[in-house]
Design a protein around this ligand. Structure first.
Ligand SMILES: Cc1ncc(COP(=O)(O)O)c(C=O)c1O
Length: 379
């Protein structure tokens, strides 16, 4: 097997500490432990906790708290993992085999796509279209998902466009997986990070062959806890625990205990609301800057997440442009090419205001030079 590198993650690991302005992230600023362990009793309980193995599928309390977020799900339908990455990996490992066909809606976080390619699968992509408000064309899904399709992978709300799947598209997706018998793999790490007041409805509960992946990394702002989860039918979860036994056995006892507190309903809503306000503020800063600069960074406003997917001049390529931004302007962004769609760059917004503005100025500066070059070439 030749492993397809996860280029975006590799690039971030290599360069994020090396640039003046790192705008490659897509999460909210991290939440501190103090905001969770906010009473003497909670701190004492944490200090007294013996650091043995937790139950390998997650403590019953944590699994119940997670199950309560999904309609008609019970604790035995939840498997706690080390981050959403491990949940995505296990779903792919369990389901995908050489020769299978998978459909991936792009642009997206390409973990599953890259694994499928590495494992010798045929990958078909369905594009989200900017002119449709970053929705896919329902006809595309009807045509692409057939009896040969093993799984359809979606990220909703979407990373990097920040779009939330509209009801017509939800219906087309659910009909397509039901009719074909394909699995639905839905990465929902941005649920709860919406800019508006309504929460994205999970894709859980419509089709038996569904696996939902999620975690505390994005909407909750706690990627460092490395808590993720899978939700599926009990028999699928039982199988997945066998894969977990080989992979990492379990997550950490400490993270399990902290996650239980994070997901207590009142605290959970408080944390999400605070993070949502940060996301909203960061887009206000971005939009004000954009307006003052004559909408220099053209994009469709996202509905969720602390990022913008920005169109760049047609003559440049997103990988080259991102390289130039890094080398010539010391700014790190994610090229759309590493997210399955060239012609765009992803810019993270949840950063201190002055830092974000200075980074945007540098991006704008390089893009203006490129546009001027384009005009000159056309003349
Ligand atoms: C859509 C999506 N899924 C999963 C992950 C990884 O999640 P975790 O940090 O919980 O492993 C990310 C990280 O950026 C992401 O954007």
């Amino acid at each position: 097997m030749e492993l397809q590198a996860f280029d975006m993650v590799r690039m971030q690991c290599l360069y994020e500490g090396d640039v003046d302005y790192d705008l490659s992230g897509c999460g909210v600023p991290s939440v501190s432990l103090g905001e969770v362990m906010d009473s003497d009793d909670a701190v004492r309980a944490m200090l007294e906790l013996e650091q043995g193995y937790p139950p390998t599928n997650g403590s019953p309390e944590l699994r119940s708290a997670i199950a309560a977020m999904y309609e008609r799900a019970s604790a035995d339908q939840v498997l706690v993992t080390n981050g959403a990455s491990e949940a995505n990996f296990m779903a792919a490992w369990r389901l995908l085999e050489r020769g299978d066909e998978i459909v991936v809606i792009v642009p997206s976080y390409l973990q599953t796509w890259n694994l499928a390619v590495s494992w010798g699968m045929a990958v078909r992509s369905i594009p989200l279209k900017e002119e449709l408000g970053w929705q896919f064309d329902p006809e595309d899904i009807k045509a692409a998902v057939t009896r040969k399709t093993k799984a359809v992978h979606v990220c909703n709300p979407n990373n990097p466009t920040g779009a939330v799947m509209a009801s017509e598209q939800r219906k087309a997706l659910i009909d397509a997986v039901k009719d074909s018998g394909a699995w639905l793999l839905a990465d929902e790490v941005y649920v709860g990070a919406e800019l508006g007041d309504s929460r994205t409805q999970s894709l859980w509960g419509h089709h038996e062959r569904t696996l939902i992946t999620n975690g505390l990394c994005k909407a909750y702002g706690m990627p460092g806890l490395r808590i993720g989860w899978l939700v599926g039918m009990p028999e699928t979860l039982k199988e997945l625990t066998c894969y977990h036994d080989y992979l990492t056995l379990t997550h950490s006892m400490l993270s399990d205990q902290i996650a239980r507190k994070v997901l207590e309903p009142e605290r959970r809503e408080r944390i999400l609301a605070k993070n949502q306000e940060v996301v909203r503020m960061s887009h206000r800063v971005f939009d004000d800057w954009n307006e003052a600069h004559g909408s220099a960074l053209a994009h469709r406003s996202p509905e969720a997440g602390a990022m913008c997917f920005v169109r760049h001049p047609p003559r440049s390529n997103s990988l080259d442009l991102s390289e130039r931004l890094r080398k010539e302007r010391s700014v790190l962004v994610v090229p759309g090419g590493q997210l399955g769609m060239d012609g765009y760059i992803r810019i993270g917004t949840a950063l201190p205001k002055d830092y974000l503005l200075r980074g945007l100025d540098r991006i704008d500066d390089l893009l203006r030079t490129l546009r001027a070059d384009d005009v000159e070439r056309l003349d």
